[in-house]
Ligand binder design. Structure first.
Ligand SMILES: [Mn+2]
Length: 351
């Protein structure tokens, strides 16, 4: 069954008007601007002159409707509602901006416009083989970039220099774009979980945390490695080992049917017992067309792991004034366990 057919079955309305780019891509393959109109009897890309040929190429089998001056996308949707005799439409009210929603309601006068927030996002949680192949390729690129980095990174470089060169490595290896703004933070900056790379010059005796990802056909990878320079001693060495222990314990426990909250608790209990409150974020998040999506490993998660879920495992410890450490892999849940596409080394590297 095609994805758009599945969507129709999940709707509480006659038609879906889809505007979130990742959802449009997921349903149709089309990556340009405009919207999708999906109902039982039709699936239509609504766009302007700049994208009509692109839509025909990327979404074969979809009807393409071109807007023009005086016949905007909402007007086209209104015409489609009338053509198929439909009364109710739904759109992503967690994405569309207020003014656009008001304009859509006005254009569809006489019809009801409701919400389909989360419907496509829920479908997207379970990745098919093609999606998993893309995620694996993005992961392969980021792991290869990390392997290359181990050959050139050294004390005396700034965090920014490391970030720029790592981004360049990934792009050169075939990444379409960075999955998100690469994090490279060393020394005391390591206690900032989402540090912005700075002019800080990396010193011997410091840890460097690198959190980065690549992109293949829109699908993302996400990995974190923390490496050391010179001899890593004392408390920094301790926190590295604790984070690694926590991550390995969580990976060991991952399997279909497991509760996401319980996996999160494994790392949280272990780290909180030793450094209370210094692991303050969730253990992990789904990855796909979004870098952060469902399901999540978190204290509040009600999700259960299922085959096709792709989720990160990223415990960390953040000690102000000392530094920090995070280690992140990805788990692709299978029928009998999981596959980890992040195969970069995890034992402490001291360069
Ligand atoms: Mn992550």
């Amino acid at each position: 069954m095609e994805r758009y057919e599945k969507l129709v079955g999940l709707l509480n309305a006659d038609a879906a008007i889809v505007t979130r780019p990742e959802n449009m891509r997921y349903l149709s393959g089309y990556t340009g601007e405009g919207c999708l109109f999906v109902c039982k009897d039709a699936h239509v890309v609504v766009t302007d002159f700049r994208y009509t040929e692109q839509a025909e190429r990327q979404a074969p089998g979809w009807r393409v409707e071109m807007t023009k001056v005086g016949r905007g996308a909402w007007q086209v949707c209104a015409e489609l509602m009338a053509e198929f005799g439909l009364k109710t439409a739904a759109t992503e009210t967690d994405y569309i901006i207020y003014d656009d929603f008001m304009a859509l309601q006005k254009a569809l006068a006489g019809c009801e416009v409701g919400s389909m927030s989360g419907v496509v996002e829920t479908m997207r949680q379970i990745k098919d083989e093609g999606e998993i192949a893309c995620i694996k390729e993005a992961a392969r690129i980021s792991c290869k970039a990390f392997e290359n980095l181990l050959g050139w990174v050294k004390p005396g470089m700034t965090e920014k220099e490391v970030q720029i060169r790592l981004d360049y490595e990934m792009l050169q290896l075939g990444s379409e774009k960075n999955a998100f703004a690469t994090i490279a933070c060393a020394g005391v900056n390591g206690s900032l979980p989402h540090a912005i790379p700075s002019d800080h010059v990396i010193q011997k005796g410091e840890l460097l945390t690198l959190d980065f990802g690549a992109c293949h056909h829109g699908y993302l990878s996400d990995m974190t490695r923390t490496i050391g320079f010179g001899k890593i001693e004392g408390e920094l060495r301790t926190i590295y080992q604790l984070v690694l222990d926590a991550q390995l314990m969580c990976l060991d426990a991952i399997a279909p049917g497991k509760s996401c909250r319980e996996i999160d608790a494994i790392a949280r209990n272990y780290l909180d017992a030793r450094y209370p409150g210094r692991f303050g974020h969730g253990l992990g998040h789904g990855v796909g067309l979004f870098i952060h999506e469902s399901p999540r490993f978190a204290m509040t998660s009600t999700a259960t792991l299922e085959p096709g879920h792709v989720i990160t495992v990223e415990p960390g410890l953040y000690i102000p004034g000392l530094g920090g450490c995070r280690i992140e892999d990805m788990a692709i849940i299978t029928a009998d366990g999981y596959v980890d596409p992040i195969d970069a080394p995890k034992q402490l590297i001291e360069l």
